[in-house]
Write a protein that binds this ligand. Structure first.
Ligand code: ZN
Length: 456
């Protein structure tokens, strides 16, 4: 059904005095009120069209009333009435107020009476899929959530007289089905590595909680969110991640972590553990400190480690790489491995117990990315730096808004931040589905032209 909406705007300008900024400034002020007026007109037109079809059953066949006029039967409070013919009964006394992204809309709600059961209802609300008591549309939800994520929700709310409290935002976040936007399954073809780590978050009553995240790194080096968890044990997290990875029995990709003991065997049957090479030297410094070494004494040892693991991989395509370049990497890899072995026995001789055992566990999982590259040519990350960046982004936002939030809120909000930041397409798809946008409404600008003012 095509209809046209005519908008008449009147403007008055002081010739020779007004500048571009003032014109744009005033147009900006017009934006939301104008959209509200347009929305009001479209809703009125929709109401008229629906009511026309439902009341003029002599003109419209039952096919054209499909999807219209559903209402609960007057006689039974839980069954739908099959009646699809109505009589117009005027308008509700009180305007219906709905919060939208443009601000609050007050509009007259038409009432109809079913000819079959006699119930009074509003055919428009039913067609709009707005519940009898709902006072909001859901674009509003998306805008609020995005504003929260961008940490400028104060401005959104103040600027548009949208009334939502932190408690209201909390409810939206907790009730969200954002899990739908996370991948159900990932294949080994998609990923070059998996990372996991945790970070502290402040929660209800200042309680300190732990947020844990697992991300995949795609072959193109992009972050692929796999899951966020608040105050959840690693084995439980491992189960949920494994479920997503069930299509391949052996992923053969590195799992990178910073040495947290709870992660030593994480995903060990589907991935190869890789200790973060950036954290390696720091961990060694700490272990040697436990052995009683001062910084100036441990520095040469940590420097050695930093050098051994600093093997750079050629960025040239593996297939076209010269054999001697591959051999180069292989030589450095083997040298480093034997140097670490030597260092371990030196530590043992000197009685650096902590240092030696740290190095033993580190050395087993330090060159996974080199081994993978030598075997397949895949360049996987070797530090958790990408995940740390992700945590910084989540942390910065949570700190501003999440104080006093529950586990579920922290978990969901973290997922939202991740998905919006790194899976923008998925984010858009999630909201489109949630909003029920299927291409049943379109609107565009036909013409905007000057006309002589009627009052002249
Ligand atoms: Zn009825």
């Amino acid at each position: 059904m095509e209809q046209e909406l005519n908008i008449a705007l009147r403007f008055n300008l002081a010739i020779g005095k007004v500048n571009l900024n003032e014109i744009v400034y005033k147009l900006k002020e017009l934006r939301d009120p104008l959209q509200l007026r347009i929305l009001e007109q479209i809703l009125t037109a929709y109401d008229d069209l629906i009511v026309e079809r439902l009341s003029r059953t002599d003109l419209y066949p039952s096919k054209s009333r499909k999807g219209l006029g559903r209402h609960i039967s007057k006689d039974s409070q839980d069954r739908y009435c099959r009646g699809r013919k109505i009589i117009k009964r005027g308008y509700r006394k009180k305007n219906r107020r709905i919060s939208t992204v443009f601000g609050k809309l007050d509009f007259r709600l038409r009432v109809a009476q079913c000819c079959r059961c006699g119930a009074y209802y509003s055919p428009l609300l039913n067609a709009l899929e707005v519940g009898s008591y709902s006072r909001k549309e859901s674009n509003f939800e998306q805008e609020v959530i995005e504003a929260v994520i961008d940490t400028n929700y104060r401005r959104l709310i103040d600027g548009r007289s949208i009334d939502i409290s932190l408690g209201g935002i909390h409810n939206i976040v907790v009730g969200s089905d954002i899990d739908k936007a996370l991948p159900e399954a990932v294949t080994s073809q998609d990923l070059s590595a998996v990372m996991a780590d945790g970070t502290g978050v402040k929660q209800q009553g200042g309680r300190k909680g732990e947020l844990r995240a697992v991300i995949g790194i795609t072959k193109a080096g992009r972050v692929a969110p796999l899951g966020c968890y608040t105050n959840t044990e690693w084995p439980q997290i491992e189960c949920s991640i494994k479920e997503k990875m069930k299509d391949a029995e052996q992923y053969n990709i590195p799992f990178i972590y910073d040495g947290e003991p709870g992660l030593d065997d994480f995903l060990s049957d589907v991935a190869q553990s890789q200790r973060c090479t950036w954290h390696g030297p720091r961990g060694l410094y700490h272990a040697l400190w436990e052995d009683g070494l001062k910084k100036k004494d441990s520095q040469p040892e940590t420097d050695k480690i930093r050098q051994m693991i600093g093997i750079e991989l050629p960025e040239t395509d593996f297939e076209v790489l010269k054999e001697e370049d591959k051999q180069d990497v292989k030589n450095r890899y083997e040298t480093s491995k034997s140097e670490i072995k030597q260092l371990i026995s030196t530590f043992q001789e000197k009685g650096y117990r902590h240092g030696a055992s740290y190095l033993v566990s580190l050395s087993e999982k330090l060159f996974t990315n080199i081994e993978l590259w030598l075997r397949t040519g895949i360049i996987a990350p070797k530090t958790t730096s990408l995940l740390e960046r992700v945590f910084r982004e989540i942390g910065r936002r949570l700190k501003r808004i999440a104080w006093g939030w529950s586990d579920k809120a922290v978990t969901n909000l973290s997922k939202m931040i991740l998905i919006r930041q790194y899976s923008r397409d998925e984010w858009e798809r999630y909201w489109k589905e949630k909003l029920g946008i299927k291409g049943y409404f379109s609107i565009d600008i036909q013409s905007v032209k000057l006309a002589p003012c009627e009052t002249f």
